[in-house]
Design a binder for this molecule. Structure first.
Ligand code: PRP
Ligand code: URA
Length: 207
């Protein structure tokens, strides 16, 4: 399932991070806010369990999330989405997968992987602002499925290309994909058009 989350505030924040004049601090701020807005929709079908509580007036039934949540940012750029989710799900544990794209082959290269022990029974949100060729998302989900087999995996990005969506759906058809925009295409360098440039460099000011 591909869901493009359509909301005026999301459109506004995405436009801010797309603009090449937006500097790193503002880019990070808007990416965090954009993620927060997206997470409301991403978690819409999370199961809850009933709990008995006391209000100051009476006993009643309350609710809490049935399963733990694990966030897996794909390093580096996925880190820019973590605080936005944590603001709404403060108990979420965080695992990290380090992948970078080889600039010539565009294939992902793994350099780090560390997950919390709770991952097996958790809802796992894989976070990366960019779904370009889909190589990084596919590799991250391959690793999670093979090594940890979480209860459910959801992929959350901000900008996706049609090519990346197709590749990810072909490789992992059961994974729900959420994005703030489905862009036009990839260019010959593997960048999303119109996209927002290199997300990692813009978040961390490395270019
Ligand atoms: C970027 C981005 C994704 C990947 C997307 O990471 O954050 O992880 O490219 O491209 P793909 O869909 O073609 O795999 P990059 O490799 O530039 O690493 P960085 O986040 O450390 O900058
Ligand atoms: N990675 C990015 O950061 N941006 C793109 O457009 C494609 C891959």
């Amino acid at each position: 399932m591909l869901k493009v989350i359509d909301h005026p505030l999301i459109k506004d924040k995405l436009t801010r991070i797309r603009k090449s004049t937006t500097e790193s601090t503002k880019f990070r701020e808007n990416l965090e806010e954009l993620t927060k807005l997206m997470i409301y929709e991403v978690t819409k079908d999370f199961e809850v369990k009933n709990i008995d509580i006391e209000t100051p007036v009476a006993s009643t039934v309350g609710y809490k999330l049935k399963y733990n949540t694990v966030l897996v940012p794909i390093l580096r750029a996925g880190l820019g989405m973590v605080d936005g989710v944590k603001a709404l799900i403060p108990t979420a544990a965080i695992g990290h997968i380090g992948l970078y794209r080889n600039e010539e082959t565009l294939k992902p290269v793994e350099y780090y992987c560390k997950m919390p022990p709770t991952i097996k029974d958790s809802y796992t949100l894989v976070l990366d602002p960019m779904l370009a060729t889909g190589g990084s998302a596919i590799a991250a989900i391959d690793i999670l499925k093979k090594k940890y087999n979480p209860r459910k995996i959801i992929f959350v990005c901000t900008v996706a290309s049609p090519e990346g969506v197709k590749a990810l759906k072909d490789a992992h058809p059961e994974i729900d994909i959420y994005t703030a925009s489905l862009d036009e295409k990839l260019n010959s360098d593997g960048y999303i058009v119109p996209g927002l440039g290199d997300a990692g460099d813009r978040i961390f000011g490395t270019k």
